[in-house]
Design a protein around this ligand. Structure first.
Ligand SMILES: Cc1ncc(COP(=O)(O)O)c(C=O)c1O
Length: 257
């Protein structure tokens, strides 16, 4: 059974309730799944939050599986804290990353997992019986990409931070309530100020009305009600595409009166 602990709107960003996290653990907890930077909310969990998760996992002797595929897309000088670097956690943590995000090749489906040998070996056994291998011819390209200098990662984050600001400003001007994005290439908005209550309905109609696509946050939530009025936009696009999208979205406010 999965016991989700939601990230809830908390001022301009999202956060989890430590008591809710504690209450989600029980004698039956075997695996704790963590995602930071987080899709869809753009939340970056800080050292204190990750330490609490790690302490609870250790107390319950659970394995931590941490999805850090947006590890290099983090803004405003914030550090990404890999779960496995916290004291005592390396021995119980499997860390996942993916080239799809870092090298802008979503769809290639090449990634990696690292951790203690016996846990990695369990992952390899599962992989063997699921998909066996994915995109083997892409792997030499990824090996070259992994040799890129640190400046590549700095430029990636710098470019995306500018794009985040471009889209967030445009969405605010268009009348959305816009949450802060600390990492990933997504920005979450609330469509309530535009006169809508259902994010999914809003997203279904958006391409036809203004030629812009977005994803309702409810599809990511174990309890869809939590994300009912929230909508996710992506800013991994050319600057001129973002500017055009923002100007088209202004038309919505005009339409809503
Ligand atoms: C948090 C998170 N993990 C994993 C993935 C999957 O990455 P890939 O397509 O490279 O397998 C995604 C893709 O959207 C994601 O957002």
């Amino acid at each position: 059974m999965i016991r989700p602990v939601p990230l809830r709107p908390d001022g301009a960003s999202f956060g989890f309730d430590p008591d809710e996290l504690r209450a989600a653990f029980s004698g039956r907890t075997r695996v704790v799944l963590v995602n930071t930077p987080h899709n869809p909310t753009g939340t970056v969990l800080d050292r204190e939050q990750l330490t609490l998760i790690g302490e609870l996992a250790a107390e319950h002797d659970a394995v931590i599986v941490t999805d850090e595929v947006y590890e290099h897309m983090i803004y405003d000088g914030r550090p990404h804290v890999p779960m496995a670097t916290l004291p005592g956690l390396a021995e119980r943590t499997l860390t996942i990353s993916s080239v799809g995000k870092t090298f802008s090749v979503t769809g290639w489906k090449v990634g990696w997992v690292h951790g203690p040998a016996q846990l990695v070996s369990a992952v390899r056994a599962v992989k063997q019986f699921l998909t066996y291998v994915s995109g083997a011819p892409f792997q030499p390209a990824i090996a070259s990409a992994l040799a890129l200098p640190d400046s590549f990662y700095a430029q990636l984050a710098g470019d995306l931070q500018r794009k985040r600001d471009l889209l967030s400003t445009g969405l605010r001007e268009a009348g959305f309530r816009v949450f802060d994005t600390a990492g990933t290439y997504f920005v979450v908005t609330d469509v309530t100020p535009l006169g809508f209550t259902d994010g999914a309905e809003f997203c279904w109609s958006l391409p036809e009305r203004v030629g812009v696509a977005a994803v309702p946050v409810s599809v990511f939530c174990a309890d869809p009600e939590l994300g009912r009025s929230l909508v996710r936009f992506a800013f991994c696009k050319r600057d001129e595409v973002l500017a055009e999208a923002a100007s088209r979205l202004v038309a919505l406010r005009t339409a809503a009166g």
